[in-house]
Design a protein around this ligand. Sequence first.
Ligand code: NDP
Length: 336
Amino acid sequence: MAVLVTGASGFIALHVINLLLSQNYKVIGTVRSQDKVDKIIKQFNNPNLSFELVTDITKLDAFDETLKKHSNEIDYVIHMASPLPDEGNTDFENHYLLPAVNGTKSVLSAIKKFAPKGVKHVVMTSSIVAMLNVNDDSAITTEKDWNPITWEQAKTSSFLCYFGSKTYSEKAAWDFLKENKDEVDFKFTTVNPVMVFGRQMFDEDVKDTLNVSCEYVNKILYLPPTEKLSQDYAMSYVHVDDVALAHVMAMREDRLDGERLLLSAGTYSDQLVANSINKQFPQVKGTIPAAIENCDKLMIRYDSIATQKQLGIEWKSFDVAVYDIAHQALKRLGKL
Ligand code: NDP
């Protein structure tokens, strides 16, 4: 059984690949540079892992060669390649919107062209930001909701553009399914996580700055003890191990066809990250922002009970999610 994983060099993708390899799947990853192929092949050192180069996912035939070459092998596709927020980049359409939307269209149309009967299930990594209401902070989001963000609104900041890129790319996928329902056979599920926390798959990838989501924890380790942190702004987290498991369940289980899975384990604030680090790593007390008690009454933003019932995953706790990032980072800094 082979799984095509796009964006195979990413933080979440490496965990998904690790889980797939541990379950004896063959994995074909797509990345955009040979350097990444060489590095990841070495890191996993597993004969069941191979790669194809897909250098520009904005091209509508970007995945044709890969699907043509492996049409007889690929049973499942996990589509993850998509740009994450990068405050330095203001080329909104070309950097975010087009790669996300066209990348999704191109992988689905390559399946339609070369493996319309072979691929059994496609899982797309979407995001909570395709569901939440960007115009209403007080709304409680569920699996049924769509972000009402407009294309024009998306082109006003890198964060909004990321929101737009995930919303419009997920919409493009559902539209494709409607338009091609007589021509493709595969089942389709989206996984929509909130902020994903957890260790980097390989210690050597831990740097001063981590991937976008883990950096929300990592940054606290570099702040002075006098720093005042937000206590009331509610963010949400889910552990990368649970996210990887949800992808593999979504891929394997026909009953999840047509579902949007909202993965959220709970709510947190920057101050609660500092509290958790202070509690679990007493050796850094006094060098990072101090703990403050009784600041855990945060607004609930997401209702993911339907997904919890479908997956039955017992989400890893906030302390475990914070520990896994902080432990790896502090070890590298020689502070443990
Ligand atoms: P990473 O930045 O670590 O991974 C993103 C992956 O997408 C990388 O493989 C990257 O390739 C690839 N990619 C980005 N832009 C392009 C492009 N223009 N062309 C080709 N490939 C591209 O992020 P995560 O692992 O965190 O995210 C993976 C997926 O999960 C994304 O779809 C993201 O939107 C989604 N997600 C993530 C959440 C999180 O909290 N981390 C929450 C919700 C959803 P390269 O290595 O070459 O840059």
